[in-house]
Ligand binder design. Sequence first.
Ligand SMILES: CC(=O)N[C@H]1[C@@H](OP(=O)(O)OP(=O)(O)OC[C@H]2O[C@@H](n3ccc(=O)[nH]c3=O)[C@H](O)[C@@H]2O)O[C@H](CO)[C@@H](O)[C@@H]1O
Length: 370
Amino acid sequence: MSKGKGLIVLAAGGTGGHLFPAEAIAEKLKQNGYDIQLVCDKRVLSLLEGAFLKTKTFIITSIAPRSGIINKLINILLLFFSTVKISITFLLNRPKLIMSFGGYPTLPAALSAVIFRIPLILHEQNSSLGQINKLFLPFAKNLLISFPNTKQISSKYIKKVVLAGLPLRSKIITLINSKKPEKNKKLFKILVIGGSQGARIFSDVIPQAILNLDQSLQKKIQITQQTRNNLIDGTINTYKKTLCGYQVASFFKNIAELYQQHDLLIIRAGASSIAELMSFQKAAIVVPFAKAKDNHQYHNAKFLSDNSKIIFKEENGFSIDWLSNCLKDFLNDQQKIKNIETSYNAKYTSIHINAADMITNFITSTLIQN
Ligand SMILES: CC(=O)N[C@H]1[C@@H](OP(=O)(O)OP(=O)(O)OC[C@H]2O[C@@H](n3ccc(=O)[nH]c3=O)[C@H](O)[C@@H]2O)O[C@H](CO)[C@@H](O)[C@@H]1O
């Protein structure tokens, strides 16, 4: 039973890219006296932290989304059962509002919201509208978008669309607003992040590119790399052949400190990574995941490269030779880092920093109007 201002359900699943923006909103809504419930799938359970640690969580059942008709049928059946279960909890708990962050694990909560006529607000993290958000847009009260000119939104629903930005967790905002640490002039620090799940291409290319450099340049590099569990040993084995300093792990919880401490980021173009990069205004090489649905990472990276001088490199051009030359250029002229850091279009550098407050106010006023 709700003790505070009422219950709000947040639906997010699949990856950190969906879960972390929801966590940022949960923090704010809790501070504002709302009770929160989370609907997610089991793939993100290991990522639950902060506001979600003490939040009632409803786990929807599904299997990994693979191609093949049998897999699809099983998933449809499991999603149907989850919808029935969630509908029952909605009947018992009567949430005031459902906010859905897209991805198929949000389907049961969004569908239950439509069935019981509970106000539904959608949040789209990417520069291109995802399938599940597209499906529910006709029924939703509003669609909050993270980037201007988000693609794939039918002009019929344009009045529902509000540019809100991508909410960042408070532990990240605190560091964005804090004093930058002094730069270590002797070392060139590189941070490699492949989204919440790591990226194979970074383990295939980056250690070899560093090995290709002269030893005098290798010595100047300190690299912190996130990669998949099964790639950690291979990645470390190549770094052992170089003279660079290295740290390799499958996930770093202190991501904001790492952004602050490093000179150059090599990252995928997941929406949260892009929003964090824009907010920290770091030098970066951005390599979109070519198989992302509707090529949404390409569009995220394109928006960023249209509004800064970051290096936008598609997967097919991200080769060992190309990266060795690129790193050589940075090591020989570190002014290049400064040039990128100062190139961000000021119009968009604070949008994501303010997004959690903006969205919380939006939800509060939506509830007052109802
Ligand atoms: C492969 C894929 O399709 N990924 C999608 C997924 O996000 P995915 O989780 O891959 O990527 P995002 O960049 O959106 O989010 C990653 C988040 O994890 C954090 N992080 C990452 C590594 C680490 O060691 N520590 C850490 O804290 C990052 O700071 C960031 O907040 O959903 C996003 C939102 O719909 C999409 O834009 C991405 O394209």
